[in-house]
Design a protein around this ligand. Structure first.
Ligand code: GLU
Length: 477
C-alpha cells in the first residue's frame, strides 16, 4: 500500500466490521461507495474492520464477501484486514507522541471512574479532563501502565463540510483527548480507521450518519498528522416503514436472507437501495449502467429513508420478468430439488427453463417461481391442495374422462390442437371453457392456480398429462 493522497482520482471504501451478516444498511453504504467510485472512474476498496477480536468471526467475513459478490459490488485490489495492520497503527501513535501531538496518560481506571462520577454528580458532560495532558514525563510513575491519548485542540471549533449533511460544526471543547493506543499496546478503532484510510489513499468517506460524531475526532487526528482531509458524506440511516429504527421485522436482515428466504434478485435490491435515500427525478427503475451514469452525492437526501417492502417486491417482479429464463431456472432448480429430495434430470431442467415464460409474469420472488414449478416434477399420485380436492371430488369425473379421450385422440400435441380438443369438450357439455379448465387444472397440477392450462399441458407432455387426468378420473369416480 502506498500513501495515495497525492494520487489523482477518487478512492472510496466499504469498511464493515465482521460481527454479523451484511445487513441491508451496510449493503446500501457499499453500493453508494461503489457507485461513486465507478461514476468517477475511481477505485472502490474493501476493508474488513476485524479489530474487535471477540466479536469478529470468519463466518461473518464470508457472509460479507459473499453478499457483495452476489450484489455485483466488485472491489479493486485485495481485501485489507485491519487487525493485521495493528503494528502500523501503533507506529502512528508513537509518531504523534514524538511530535508532541499525543501524550502518555497514567490515570488508573479507579481514578477515571472517580472523575466520571464527579462529572455525573455536577451534571457535566462526561469527558476525560486532560489530567496528564501537560504533565512532565518525569512525573510518570515508574513502570506503570499507560495509554496514549491525542492532544486534541481545546479552543475554537471544527467544521466539516459534509457532502450530505452540509456544514456541521463542533466546538473543540466538546471533544476530549481520546485514547489512540491502549495500555496493552493495541490501537483503538478511531486510530485504526484514520491510519487505514490514509494508507489506502481514501479520498471520500461515505458511510452511515451514525459515524458523524466520530468524524470530528478522526479529523483532529488527521490534522495532527498533517494528512490531507478526506471528503465526508454521512448518509442518513434506513428506518422501518413506521419511522422507527430498522428492525428484523422491517428488513434488517442479512442480504443472504433477501436472496434465500425472500427470493429477491440482486438487481432488484440494488435498484431499491439506490432509490432509498437518493433520487433521480421520478425515475424508479434503472439499469446498472444508468445508476453509474447518474449517481452523485448531491442527490442523497438528508432525512432518514423508510424501508418499503412493497416497493422492493414490485421491483423484484419487474426484474424477474426481465431476467433470462435459463438464469431463473438455475436459481429455482436447487430450491425445487431441496423440496423434492432428489435432483432434476436433464430433460426436467429443460422443462423448467421452458416453464419460466409462463411462470414469470405472476411471480414476485424466485421462491414463488420454484413453488409455481413444483407441480411439474411431483410424482403421481399428486398431492392435492384443498381447492383442487374439492373441485375433483365435486363430480368432475365424466368431464375429465371426455377431456382425456379428446386429448388422447388428438394426433398432435401442440397448443392449437389441445385448445380445439378442450373447446370441443366444453361445447359438447354446454359449458364455458373455464368450467372445464378448472377441474383440468386441478387434475394436472393438484392446485387451483397455475400457468395457463394449455401451457401446463405442453410442459407436462402427452404421457404425463393423460396419466394425471386418468388418475383424477379414478379419484372423482
Ligand atoms: N467499521 C465501521 C462499521 O461497520 C465503519 C467505519 C467507517 O466506515 O468509518 O460501522
Amino acid at each position: 500500500m502506498s500513501a495515495g493522497q497525492s494520487e489523482a482520482g477518487i478512492v472510496t471504501r466499504f469498511a464493515p466490521s465482521p460481527t454479523g451478516f451484511l445487513h441491508i444498511g451496510g449493503a446500501r453504504t457499499a453500493l453508494f461507495n461503489w457507485l461513486y467510485a465507478r461514476h468517477h472512474g475511481g477505485k472502490f476498496l474493501l476493508r474488513i474492520e476485524d479489530t474487535d477480536r471477540a466479536r469478529s468471526t470468519d463466518a461473518a467475513i464470508d457472509a460479507i464477501i459473499d453478499g457483495l459478490q452476489w450484489l455485483g459490488l466488485d472491489w479493486d485490489g485485495d481485501v485489507v484486514f485491519q487487525f493485521a495492520r495493528a503494528a502500523r497503527h501503533a507506529e502512528v501513535a508513537n509518531q504523534l507522541l514524538e511530535s508532541g501531538h499525543a501524550y502518555r496518560c497514567y490515570a488508573t481506571s479507579a481514578e477515571l471512574e472517580a472523575m466520571r462520577e464527579a462529572q455525573r454528580a455536577a451534571k457535566l458532560p462526561m469527558r476525560y479532563d486532560g489530567r496528564w495532558r501537560d504533565r512532565d514525563p518525569s512525573e510518570a510513575p515508574n513502570g506503570a501502565p499507560f495509554v496514549i491519548r491525542l492532544k486534541a485542540p481545546r479552543e475554537g471549533s471544527v467544521t466539516i463540510n459534509d457532502r450530505v449533511q452540509g456544514p456541521v460544526t463542533v466546538n473543540n471543547e466538546e471533544l476530549d483527548d481520546f485514547v489512540l493506543l491502549r495500555s496493552d499496546g493495541t490501537p483503538t478503532y478511531m486510530l485504526s480507521v484514520v491510519v487505514d484510510d490514509y494508507d489506502m489513499g481514501i479520498t471520500h468517506v461515505i458511510r452511515g450518519d451514525d459515524h458523524l460524531n466520530n468524524a470530528f475526532r478522526q479529523l483532529a487526528l488527521i490534522r495532527a498528522m498533517g494528512w490531507q482531509e478526506p471528503i465526508y458524506a454521512h448518509v442518513p440511516l434506513i428506518h422501518g416503514p413506521d419511522g422507527a429504527k430498522l428492525s428484523k421485522r422491517h428488513g434488517a436482515m442479512g442480504v443472504d436472507a433477501y436472496r434465500d428466504e425472500l427470493g429477491y434478485l440482486p438487481e432488484a435490491i440494488n435498484n431499491y437501495l439506490m432509490r432509498l435515500g437518493w433520487g433521480h427525478g421520478d425515475d424508479e427503475i434503472f439499469s446498472r449502467e444508468q445508476a453509474i451514469a447518474w449517481f452523485d452525492l448531491d442527490g442523497v437526501g438528508r432525512s432518514p429513508s423508510r424501508f418499503d417492502f412493497k416497493k422492493l417486491e414490485n421491483l423484484n417482479g419487474h426484474y424477474l420478468r426481465e431476467a433470462e429464463d435459463s438464469r431463473l431456472a438455475a436459481i429455482a432448480q436447487p430450491m425445487i430439488e431441496r423440496k423434492l429430495g432428489r435432483t432434476l434430470s436433464e430433460p426436467e431442467v429443460q422443462t423448467l427453463v421452458r416453464a419460466m415464460t409462463s411462470l414469470k409474469p405472476r411471480a414476485k420472488s424466485t421462491l414463488g417461481l420454484a413453488e409455481g414449478a413444483m407441480f411439474l416434477f411431483e410424482a403421481r399420485p399428486l398431492t392435492l391442495d384443498e381447492g383442487a380436492k374439492a373441485l375433483l371430488e365435486g363430480g368432475a369425473g365424466d368431464l375429465l374422462e371426455s377431456v382425456s379421450s379428446a386429448l388422447g385422440g388428438s394426433s398432435e400435441w401442440d397448443e392449437t390442437a389441445l385448445e380445439s380438443a378442450v373447446r370441443r369438450v366444453a361445447e359438447d357439455a354446454g359449458l364455458g371453457l373455464g368450467k372445464v379448465a378448472q377441474p383440468l387444472r386441478a387434475a394436472l397440477t393438484g392446485r387451483t392456480t397455475s400457468p395457463g392450462i394449455f401451457d401446463v399441458l405442453m410442459l407436462l407432455g402427452r404421457e404425463e398429462s393423460l396419466a394425471r387426468i386418468d388418475e383424477a378420473v379414478a379419484l372423482a369416480a
